[in-house]
Write a protein that binds this ligand. Structure first.
Ligand code: ASP
Ligand code: MG
Length: 422
């Protein structure tokens, strides 16, 4: 008997009818002769609504209480899915993250899983039950407080449980048919990817592709666990995220896909003295504020002033904090001014074939030039090239690059079944 771990996202559980539909799917999987452990997200936009509600009663809610509030979303789903399964005559038991043995560190809002002790889950599965687990949450080993794993964290719960239970497969159910060569909401001609390597998926997720949470991919990679991303609205085969065998990547397509990200802003430190130690001072101040930066660009200094500009990107959510800490260090660092710009977007082209194929960047830049799109920053890794553009040009940029690399399909594959895109 196979053990299947399934995860259903919020858009698959938007209302009572959706929950009944998902319950039927779960029961079918079990009837096909599998043992089934299911991880659920909060219904529809519940998490966002709870966040709004918290904001309405307090401008800065205590993090502990925020986690108590947000974990309620997934608890609603788990109980309702269990009830719907019971109504179909099968037996299901729901468990919170803490009951399921999801042990985390003590960082509220973005806790990391440090261990999974799924004793109760194993017992329930052995007892012939379908198990439903609330995603996105755990319990801190040290403080015993309830924690959440960060937005989209149910994916990570699913992969962590699948690894701990030694499941045969982890199926992530979402509102599209799998992973696409670009976000189908922006590029209707995007193509479904049948198989993508863990490494490429990791870069896609890190570059803003929202289908899978980055940490979930890292986790799956560490445990060599295959993930099948597919739609809960159709029965089509989705995308397999897998670890290629040695040499297998040679035949992989050059480009896997185009990801985009609107969550970052650009901060420019204007008129910094071009002398050793200045960059260190700037980025130490930013690091001390626990802000993760992404791209960095330093221009050559103007000959007459000996001063230069340093730009970098950081999460919009940390933007004001970044401005504040640099402003506070203005005297010590010595610069003219700060420019904060949150009207930017990032496009990333990803593919492991880039390693062995020259000319990828040239084609990318030409495609953007032909579309009249200005590049403000560039960065690259071995299998990725990223550029920052104006926010309002980002969608056009994604479409232009997708076409330039021959990724368009005319088969009309990209169906977005649900979700509000929120
Ligand atoms: N409900 C949480 C969120 O929306 C976790 C998840 O969906 O995975 O971020
Ligand atoms: Mg959600």
């Amino acid at each position: 008997m196979s053990l299947v771990v399934q995860k259903y996202g919020g858009s698959s559980l938007a209302d009572a009818d959706s929950i009944k539909r998902v319950a039927r799917r779960i029961v079918d999987t079990r009837k096909a002769g599998n043992r089934v452990c299911v991880v659920v997200s909060a219904m529809g936009d519940t998490t966002d609504e709870l966040l709004d509600l918290a904001g309405a009663v307090s401008p800065s809610p205590p993090e502990r209480e925020m986690d108590m509030l947000l974990t309620a979303g997934e608890r609603m789903s788990m109980a309702l899915v269990s009830m719907a399964i019971a109504n179909l005559g099968d037996s299901a038991r729901s468990y919170t993250g803490s009951q399921a043995g999801v042990i985390t560190d003590d960082v509220h809002g973005k806790a990391r899983i440090i261990d999974v002790t799924p004793g109760r889950i194993q017992e329930a599965l052995d007892g012939g039950h379908i198990v439903i687990v609330a995603g996105f949450q755990g319990v801190s080993q040290d403080t015993k407080e309830i924690t959440t794993l960060g937005r989209g964290g149910s994916d990570t719960t699913a992969v962590a449980l699948a690894a701990a239970l030694e499941a045969d497969v982890c199926e992530i159910y979402t509102d599209v048919d799998g992973i696409f060569t670009a976000d189908p909401r922006i590029v209707p001609s995007a193509r479904k990817i049948d198989r993508i390597s863990n490494e490429e998926m990791q870069e896609m997720a890190a570059s803003g592709a929202k289908v899978l949470m980055l940490r979930c991919v890292e986790y799956a990679r560490r445990f060599n666990l295959p993930i099948h991303v597919r739609s809960s609205f159709s029965h089509r085969e989705g995308t397999w995220v897998y670890e290629p065998d040695e040499g297998e990547t040679v035949e992989a397509p050059i480009i896997a896909g185009v990801a985009h990200d609107r969550s970052e802003a650009k901060l420019t430190v204007v008129g910094v003295k071009d002398s050793p130690g200045k960059a260190a001072q700037i980025f130490q101040a930013i690091a001390d504020a626990e802000i993760n930066i992404d791209m960095i660009v330093q221009n050559i200094s103007a000959a007459d002033t000996g001063r230069t500009d340093v730009s970098f990107t950081l999460p919009k959510s940390d933007g004001q904090k970044g401005v504040k800490v640099l402003q506070a260090a203005k005297e010590a660092i010595g610069f003219d001014s700060l420019q904060y710009d949150d009207q930017v977007g990032k496009l990333s082209l990803i593919g492991s074939g880039m390693r062995s194929h020259p000319g990828v960047s040239a084609t990318l830049f030409q495609a953007l030039a032909d579309a009249g799109i200005n590049i403000e920053m560039i960065s690259s890794s071995e299998i990725r090239v990223s550029v920052v553009t104006r926010d309002d040009q980002l969608d056009d940029a994604v479409r232009a690059v997708h076409t330039a690399f021959g990724l368009d399909t005319s088969e009309g594959e990209a169906v977005v079944y649900g979700g509000t895109g929120r």
